[in-house]
Design a protein around this ligand. Structure first.
Ligand code: ASP
Ligand code: MG
Length: 412
């Protein structure tokens, strides 16, 4: 069995969906589970909708735009709107109408999954014209906790449900299901964090003991830097699970960071390849695939540096550090870079307004907090002496760190 994942860019219009169908049908007799994201930039639009509806603002324009976008694709592909698609349009509208009464993160998870639900409804309806396909609600099997917007998977329950509910279907049909979404024990929809569809693919690959997991992207494979930022990028033919895990830790957007662990555990090969040019081999990630790695550059924008300073003249000791780290853990916040001094602890995180608000609420009793943003973080993994010349040269450095193989700099 193979797991395929198609991201938003691959299904951003009708021709994208047709291309997906060609790719799937080229695998002919193989069993394939197809994991699909929301179409194009739909998730961003849905996030906008959440903001508007949650603050009791007017959201009709955004909603209509979103509906128009999907309807146009569906009409072009099918000449009609599938019933299943219309049901999700309706449930989206229902969710929005009373959204303000829900806690913000729960509100987000009620609305945002509709991107994936609507896209898979259209994609599967199209596949079913030429293939023996079946639509499957990923929320039926992906069980998570209640960390809404960045939920953690309950592996025991999920594996059991995948084997009981999804596997029999996948033995007989090309299954189309959603990335990024799951549900909690009470049946609320949850999401796995932005770009989480890769992770869904890996979860299903693990639970189904897949022979391979392919992520179809708009790049020819994994490159050693973002070509929009650096010139002269090179592609890796092979990488090890470990190298890619580290790359994603530093923010490389090749694949969702949580994707690697499940597939590495079962040594399932992960192939990143181009949906634009199916003849290219892509990059294969497997065990022991590493020779000497060329330097890898990772850039992360929109960073926030938080500095916590002790209020009296005591030290920033281990107890106080522990307190700060506990709060970050509680809020599910990942530190991208950190440094301590006698009286301060500074940490760099992705700049998300609602999270920094919570940090402030939970820590300002014990610390004086200051904030610096927007900043950029650059990481060079496996740096060579000349790789530093490639970094933006007119930057003003805020914080810097260097180990034997990794260099990181936070700059404005
Ligand atoms: N649609 C979600 C997002 O854009 C999940 C994904 O694409 O993987 O973040
Ligand atoms: Mg996406």
């Amino acid at each position: 069995m193979q797991i395929f994942k198609f991201g938003g860019a691959s299904v951003k219009d009708a021709s994208g969906v047709k291309n997906l169908a060609e790719i799937v049908s080229a695998f002919g007799s193989e069993k394939v589970v197809v994991v699909v994201s929301a179409m194009g930039k739909t998730t961003n639009k849905l996030e906008e909708l959440v903001k508007q509806a949650h603050s009791k603002g007017s959201y009709n324009d955004t909603l209509n735009e979103l509906k128009e976008y999907h309807r146009q694709i569906a009409n072009e592909l099918l000449g009609e709107l599938p019933d299943r698609y219309l049901q999700f349009e309706q449930s989206l509208e229902e969710c929005l109408s009373d959204l303000f009464s829900y806690e913000p993160m729960l509100a987000y998870d009620r609305v945002v999954p509709h991107g994936e639900l609507m896209s898979t409804a259209i994609v599967e309806a199209f596949l079913s014209k030429t293939m023996n396909s079946a639509w499957f609600d990923a929320r039926k099997v992906i069980r998570t906790d209640q960390y809404f917007t960045e939920a953690n998977v309950d592996w025991v329950v999920t594996e059991k449900q995948v084997i009981n509910d999804l596997k029999p279907l996948a033995e007989k049909h090309i299954v189309v299901t959603q990335g990024f979404i799951g549900s909690d024990v009470e049946g609320n929809s949850t999401t796995l964090g932005r770009e989480g569809s890769d992770y869904t693919g890996a979860i299903l690959a693990y639970c189904l003991n897949a022979d391979g997991f392919t992520v179809w992207k708009d790049v020819p494979g994994i490159l050693n830097a973002d070509p929009r930022i650096l010139e002269g990028t090179e592609q890796y033919e092979k990488l090890s699970y470990r190298e890619v895990t580290e790359m994603t830790y530093y923010g490389a957007q090749v694949i969702h960071p949580k994707t690697l662990k499940p597939i590495a555990q079962k040594s399932i090969p992960l192939i990143v390849r181009s949906f634009l040019d199916k003849s290219l081999p892509g990059t294969t990630i497997a065990t022991d695939n590493t020779k000497k790695m060329i330097p890898c550059f990772v850039f992360k924008g929109n960073q926030l540096l938080v500095t916590a300073q002790v209020k009296d003249h005591s030290f920033m000791d281990e107890k106080k550090l522990g307190l700060i780290l506990q709060v970050l853990d509680l809020l599910n916040i990942k530190i991208n870079l950190m440094q301590n001094s006698a009286l301060t602890f500074s940490f760099c995180i992705d700049n998300k307004e609602f999270k920094s608000k919570r940090i402030n609420e939970l820590l300002n009793r014990d610390f004086i907090l200051s904030y610096d943003s927007p900043l950029n973080l650059a990481t060079i993994k496996n740096y060579s002496p000349d790789s530093f010349n490639k970094l933006p040269w007119n930057r003003s450095v805020i914080m810097e760190q260097k180990t034997t193989n990794t260099y990181q700099v936070l700059y404005r």
